[in-house]
Structures are given as C-alpha cells and as structure tokens.
Ligand binder design. Sequence first.
Ligand code: BES
Ligand code: ZN
Ligand code: ZN
Length: 513
Amino acid sequence: MKIALDAKKPGDAAVDVLVVATERNWKAGVFAVLDARVGGKLSAEIERQGFKAGVGEAVLFQTHGMLPAPYILVVGIDAGRVRRSGPDEPPSRRAAPSGSTAESARSAPRTWYKLAQLVVTRGRELKATRAAIVLPDGHCSPHALEMVCEGILLGQYVFERLKSIPVHRTPALQHLQIMVDRPAPALRDAIARAERSAAATCYARDLINTPAAVVTPSYLAEEARRVARQQRLRARILDAAAIKRAGMGALLGVAQGSAQPPRFIELIYKPSGARHCVALAGKGITFDSGGLSLKNADAMASQKRDMAGGAAVLAVMSVVRDLAIPVEVRAYIPSTENMPGGRAIKPGDVVRACNGTTIEVLNTDAEGRLVLADALAVAAAARPDLIIDLATLTAAVRTALGTRYAAIMGTDAALVQALIRAAGECGEHLWELPLVPEYRGDIDSTVADIKNIGEGSAGTIIGGLFLREFVGKIPWAHIDFSSTVVADKPFDCHPRGATGFGVRPLLRYLRSF
Ligand code: BES
Ligand code: ZN
Ligand code: ZN
C-alpha cells in the first residue's frame, strides 16, 4: 500500500472512500465544508443515527455523485465518549471522563488503532482500493499519524502464501491519502517510520505463521544473513561444530534429539557515533515437542510459534539501519528444534553452559531457558549496557495474565519501566512480575549448580530467576510473551495468527536513546 501526504482538499479527493475522523464537535472545521457540498445531508444522517463520535463509532454516507468520492465514512475518535474501558485497557490508559481533554486519552493508541481497524474493515466491505483520511485540526501529530498508518498496515496483513484461494477475494487498499493542513517533514518522517515498523512486525508474523517444516534453524540463519546484507550488519553464524567449540553445552543438549542441526545467530549493528550498546536475545526454538518430556497433542499443536522471540529480534534487526537507531544493537538468537530423537537429552542429564554453569535438566520441555542460558552468557560477555530477552518461555504466563498482557521481569527498574512505557505507546501491554528472592532456592540442584525447573508454582517467575543466573551484573529485562504472540481471534489491528508482539515496543525503545 502506498501512503501519500497531501494538503487538505477532501471534497475533491477522487477515492473510493473518504474517511473523516471527528471528535464530539463534529460540525466544526472541514466537516462543515463537506456537509455544504452534499447539501447538509451528511449532518442530517449523522444526527439521525445518534452519532456521538465515540471511539469505534462510525457512520457511512453515500454521496450519490455530489462528491468525487462515492462514500464518506465518519469515524469517532473522541476518547472522552468511551463510557466503559475496554478489557484491554490498563488503568493508566482508561478513557478520561466525558468532557475531559486529557492528552493521555486523546493520544491513546487504541483510539488510532480503532480508526485504522475501521478503515481496513469498512474499506474491505466497500471493495475500496483507494482511501483518503482527514484528521481533525490539531490532531495531526506525528505520533497519531504514525499509529494510524501503522494500524492500517498491520490490519491489512494476511498470511495467505499457503492458501490456494486468497483469504479475501477483494483487493485491499492500494493507495492511502492522508490529508492534513500542512504536509510538514515531521509528518512524512512519521509515515516512513510507520512503514518500517509495520513491515518489521509483519516480517515477524510471517516467520511465526510459517510452519516449522520450513522455518528450521538453518532457515532462520539464512534469513539472518539476508537481513545482515540488507541492513549492513556484522553476522556470525555458528553451526553445531562451532557451537560445541564455543562451549554452549545447554544449546547443544537441547539440539541433540533433533535431525535438524542447530544454529547460533549473532548480528551486530554499530552506527557511527553510538555511545550505548543494547543486547537483544530471542528464543529461537523452531519447534517444541517438549523432547522426552513430551507435550500432549493439544499443547504441541501451537509450538511452531516457539521461535517468536527470535523472530521479534530478527525483525527489529531487519529495520535498524533504515530507522537510524542511534545505539549499537547486538542480537543473539539460539536456534534449534526440541525433539525426542534417540539421542535426545534425558531427564536427569546435566549440561554445562558456556559460562561454566552446570544445569540439571529435569524436564526437557523447559528448554527455552537452556538455549537462552548460553545466549545470555554470550551477550553478557560482550559487556553491553543492558540486555533484553524475549521468549515464549512458559505456558504459565497465560494463566497469570491472559492473552493481552505479556510478563516482564528484570534487574533494572528503569529499564523495565521504559519497556512497559514503550509497549503502552504502541498499544501492547507488559506487566511486571517480581523476581521473588525466596523462590530462588527452588532451582537449587542436588547434583549440579542449578536445575531447569522449580517446585511447580510461579512457573513464569522461576523462568526469570533461572535466566538471571546468566546475565552477570548487566542490567537485564526478560519478556515472557507466550500469552500474546498469537491471537486466537482478531482484535484491534491484529488478524488471527501471529501478532508480531514485541517488535514495535523494542523499536520505540531503541529509538528513544
Ligand atoms: N514453549 C513452551 C512454552 C509455551 C507454551 C509457548 C504455550 C507457547 C505456548 C516452553 O518451552 C515450555 O514448554 N515450558 C514449560 C516449562 C515447564 C516444563 C517448567 C511450561 O510452561 O509448561
Ligand atoms: Zn518446552
Ligand atoms: Zn519452548
């Protein structure tokens, strides 16, 4: 989809649908001009339908030749009109009471994503390939524009490369015109940013949606090489022999039951003048059968998603240079399948991670923390300023937080808060769990330094406590997002399937340095 920025001339826009976003005072501004062009019929229809301009409200109006655009879609963006907070709204983002002009309510991502969602769904119903959007005066901030464009690009996503018949028979929007008072450079930059971060998010979605028969560790490694060429990154890819030489016994232990060879992927982006270095690590289990601690059929069915952490990290790296991220970013993706082959690691075996820590593997299904143990140890050895890891680590996080929130834990309160904020700004929700000191004893092992499972409660926290053993003194945050990486039903700008969760928050955070 092409996005163009134009000076406001909505009455003349030759598009299939003209979208007018309005607040409660909808009669003001450009609306009056349009209404006059259609002989006052637009306002009459809006009155008739009792439109209050609340978020998610919309009125469709047919222009019958009075304007070049056959349809006007009036969409409410008045957050003050939302009486009931959606279940997905954290308290800090709840809509302000009616009449309030609180900036937080106005710029809530949900307002703009709802608008985007309406443009996508109504556009599809109308078989529109060209749309124009008019934002009300004073609302065309770069941030709002970025979210609208991002939302539309994300909402249009379909994964149909394995369908013999296209998912949607009507073509999607091809041209989007954004109409503003003054097409300033800051607005153009916002659109360009939206295009990059939406592309990265959709790239992560593609990797996660694609079956494990295709997305193997070597496939991810080839993708990493491609990304490295495109973004001019340094790439180091270790095969099984090199992984062994590097002493990554935990990653090797997980990989030994699989016919697919493992890979350890390292990408480095170093812009000139960078004064900080951020390390990202992403769990890259391309299929998690559980190993000998085999999952049941239901639990296993969804495990092609177990490389979502690696996908998010690779997706971030796929746009780092395009977005001119101002910090050095080092990416680490330990990638393998977790399979119960004849050589598979057995419960009770002990592996040694590359920092020397020995781990008793009592449950082979707690494999994510094993591969990340090596990745975090490698990351920490490079002495970055901070480390962030993303992993579909535990099923327990979904029990704790449901499907709209992911868990975050860490050793640095400011880092954790910054990531929670960055996520909130793009409509994704992170909730901090405590790294309870009293639970640390649960992973003491009788035969090795630590064991890979706890005593059966607080599974997500135990996962965090385990990973903490490998980051040394480097400030670190861990995101366990098994709960949010795939949507079972569509919401906001996410169709069913992979959401690409985590990509935009990371990009937003990295931009902010
Ligand atoms: N890959 C799973 C976690 C998962 C579950 C991801 C559902 C996506 C959807 C992980 O490797 C796992 O199996 N964790 C175990 C840990 C347990 C054995 C301590 C779990 O959560 O049951
Ligand atoms: Zn597992
Ligand atoms: Zn797993």
